[in-house]
Design a protein around this ligand. Structure first.
Ligand code: DC
Length: 228
């Protein structure tokens, strides 16, 4: 079987991973795999069941009742939680924070690891998350660590919410981002960190197009170097 080409993009919340990964996937004809959405779907289940994020035993037990499935409908990733498409329900701050909290548990991570690896083995993918280059796909062909200053990330989020007419506070958003970074970077299992062989791209002063161009350039340099 032909080996698939895998691109891993890791980085903190709000660095622009999903926006960029979608663009790069479209330009290269790759599948975009959003692993955060899988953690969010699990978080949604725990929230709906009223399980507290601190209750590891209950979360571990509940993991056995969860089935996550990924489908691509018109090229867009859809997440199914126990047979229902939950893609439209997982983008809230509450679900994001719950996902960050419960993703510290081994039972939650183990549930998703196999699924993520299977997707990458079957297709050319660009996969984003926190531990893709370090843990999920340690042999990925290209690894990118995408980051930006916390203030810049907060400003982007603020603009996004304000445009949707959702009232919000910039300071609060930045505080939330700092806390989420801390939790994602200091957890014991598969913490967010730059893989040794990842290329660092700081998007603080770059446009979306510039970042996408930079990543395509990194990928083509690698592919030429590897004779792909
Ligand atoms: O990228 P996101 O905001 O949708 O991710 C939500 C949370 O899920 C994030 O704060 C940490 C967790 N996550 C993870 O632990 N590992 C991943 N590969 C992706 C997300």
């Amino acid at each position: 079987m032909k080996k698939t080409y895998n691109i891993a993009i890791d980085g903190p919340a709000g660095a622009g991973k999903s926006t960029i990964a979608k663009k790069v996937a479209a330009r290269l004809g790759f599948i975009y795999v959003d692993t955060g959405a899988m953690y969010r779907a699990m978080a949604l289940y725990f929230l709906e069941k009223g399980i507290e994020p601190e209750n590891e035993a209950a979360i571990k037990a509940a993991c056995q009742d969860i089935s996550i499935r990924i489908a691509y409908e018109e090229g867009v990733q859809q997440v199914y939680l126990n047979g229902s498409n939950v893609s439209g329900k997982i983008r809230t701050e509450a679900v994001g924070n719950m996902a960050s909290a419960v993703s510290t548990y081994r039972a939650v991570r183990e549930k998703l690891l196999q699924l993520q690896r299977e997707l990458a083995a079957g297709e050319d993918v660009i996969m984003d998350g926190r531990d893709i280059g370090t843990c999920v796909l340690p042999d990925a062909d290209t690894k990118i660590y995408l980051t930006a200053a916390s203030r810049v990330r907060a400003e982007r989020r603020y603009k996004e919410l304000t445009e949707k007419g959702i009232p919000c506070d910039l300071e609060e958003i930045e505080q939330d981002i700092i806390e989420r970074d801390h939790r994602d970077m200091t957890r014991e299992i598969a913490p967010l960190k730059q893989a040794e062989d990842a290329v660092l791209v700081d998007t603080s002063h770059m446009t979306i197009e510039e970042v996408a161009d930079r990543i395509i350039q990194i990928v083509s340099e690698r592919r030429t170097g590897d004779g792909v």
